[in-house]
Design a protein around this ligand. Structure first.
Ligand code: CAA
Length: 465
């Protein structure tokens, strides 16, 4: 049995901006790097990576997704009280990226149109947007609680700034020829956050895990991340596990989820969207959490019948032998029919768009939500779990309940748009990656563009008609 919150605040709509350019990982790229295409398709799960053109950066992508969100919802600037942005590829060390975004939006809506909208840039690696979302939700709840002093202009006060826009925007960039290279990508996701949302009402229980780690970081001035790849996978899994059990404790403790005999918490989540640096990582996270969830339940017997019992440390000569057996068991569990069924139903569909866009860092989890929406997989009343991870490291596990409005939301448009992108050559990809191509591969049209960065660092953006 599941309970839903009394006052619904959450995600009303999503707009995604992905660069028009992409590189296929399976052809020229795989040959040039001497990698079997099957490794990238199955071992990593990425077939295409979005590549930002010369006129694009985190700010232009954020402005593009925000504009699309506003236009499709007929939103007026004065209705937007907050534009909070999560990014780990910000364009300035001091000036908030949101001021550039507001500057660009005002080129469409008129000068000063967003002057009563506040903006903050959140940085916490890939979890930043989740913190931004949480803060906008708190702001909306606080506004709801505010006393109405009965002033004469109260009606119009309430219609001003009554929604928030949360934007995730990132360019995931690693060194050429590094193992991180095939997990790059770029894009932006804008979320309309409001009371009585059409799509997903956020639940009150949130699980958190934080620990100081150096799995992935980007020192000031560096264009590419410093990453200890395999270790970052382990940090992700440990943090996700910690955040999930923190969520579970809180959700069960407050009676938001109630378990019948033989049930576990994930049985009450119709979909689970894990942070998707590459689709395979979501599979590792699912295997780790389902295995721990199922271990004490009657269904574990079925798993053991198929793959045998878990290795026990005392049965092995040393730690090394035990860890090797444990690694082997982990692989067997992730191929077991019980896991494959749960993974295929609850987790895999959220990775669809990421497999053709790549990592968009702080937006990837919300791209997962867009994947479910685009495939018409969300039904009213379903509970969706979201596991957000940020290197460094921290994780947050939270959930939301799908609202009735989902049924009237358009679907399939983004998937169609992704099909219309243009594949570029490996040489154009290299030039764009290294910042050696001054002109755009496709001249910007009907979109925001970075026009110039002058010698003093002034950035000039415009809406190119
Ligand atoms: N066919 C099918 N599968 C194959 C294969 C083939 N021919 N060849 C290899 N594989 C499989 C491997 O067996 C492996 O799968 P298993 O784990 O099931 O064994 C899988 O492909 C990956 O291969 P490797 O183990 O050789 O890993 P790699 O050297 O390619 O590195 C990586 C992978 C560590 C993710 C690297 O791409 C990387 O550093 N990426 C950037 C960091 C990252 O994304 N970390 C994720 C956690 S941190 C985070 O989430 C924050 C963030 O957004 C960055």
């Amino acid at each position: 049995m599941t309970q839903t919150p009394k006052m619904a605040v959450g995600i009303d709509d999503i707009a995604v901006h992905v660069p028009k350019l992409f590189i296929s990982t399976l052809d020229e790229f795989a040959r040039a790097r001497g990698i079997e295409p099957a490794k990238l398709a199955r071992g990593i799960g990425v077939e295409r990576m979005a590549v930002p053109d010369a006129h694009e950066d985190a700010a232009t992508m954020a402005a593009s997704s925000a504009l699309e969100l506003m236009q499709k919802n007929d939103l007026l600037p004065e209705e937007v009280g907050r534009i909070y942005i999560g990014t780990e590829s910000g364009v300035d060390e001091a000036k908030a990226i949101g001021t550039y975004v507001i500057g660009m939006l005002e080129r469409v809506y008129g000068p000063g149109s967003f002057q009563e909208c506040s903006t903050v840039e959140f940085k916490s690696a890939c979890i930043a947007t989740t913190h931004a979302l949480e803060n906008v939700a708190y702001w909306l709840k606080a506004e709801e609680d505010e006393n109405d002093f009965g002033g004469s202009d109260c009606g119009s006060c309430q219609s001003r700034g009554h929604v928030g826009i949360v934007i995730a925007t990132d360019v995931a960039r690693y060194e050429l020829n590094s193992p991180g290279e095939y997990t790059q990508g770029a894009g932006s996701v804008a979320l309309l956050v409001k009371r009585d949302p059409r799509l997903l009402a956020l639940d009150p229980s949130v699980g958190i895990f934080t620990r100081d780690e150096n799995d992935f970081f980007r020192p000031i001035g560096m264009k590419c991340a410093v990453v200890n790849g395999k270790y970052s996978n382990l940090c992700y899994l440990a943090a996700m596990d910690g955040a999930f059990y923190s969520y579970k404790k809180r959700a069960l403790g407050r009676g938001m989820i109630r378990l019948d005999a033989g049930e576990c918490t994930t049985d009450h989540l119709s979909h689970i969207i894990f942070h998707i640096p590459y689709p395979r990582m979501a599979e590792y996270a699912a295997a780790s959490i389902f295995r721990r969830e199922w271990k004490d339940l009657p269904r574990w017997q079925e798993v053991e019948e198929e793959i045998g019992p878990e290795p026990r440390a005392e049965e092995y000569e040393g730690q090394k032998e035990y860890l090797s057996a444990e690694g082997d068991y982990k692989r067997r569990f992730s191929k077991s029919s019980k896991f494959l069924e749960a993974y295929g139903k609850k987790v895999k569909p959220s990775t669809l768009i990421s497999s053709s866009v790549g990592n968009i860092y702080t937006g990837s989890i919300y791209l997962g939500l867009a994947s479910l929406l685009e495939q018409s997989l969300l039904a009213p009343g379903e509970r969706v779990g979201l596991g957000s991870y940020g290197s460094g490291c921290s994780a947050t596990f939270f959930s939301g309940t799908v609202q009735a409005g989902v049924e009237s939301m358009p679907k399939g448009i983004l998937l169609k748009k992704l099909d219309e992108r243009v594949e570029i050559s490996l040489e154009d990809y290299r030039l764009l990656h290294e910042g050696e191509r001054p002109d755009s591969v496709i001249r910007p049209s009907g979109e925001f563009g970075l026009i110039e960065i002058d010698q003093d660092g002034y950035r000039r953006y415009d809406f190119v008609g």
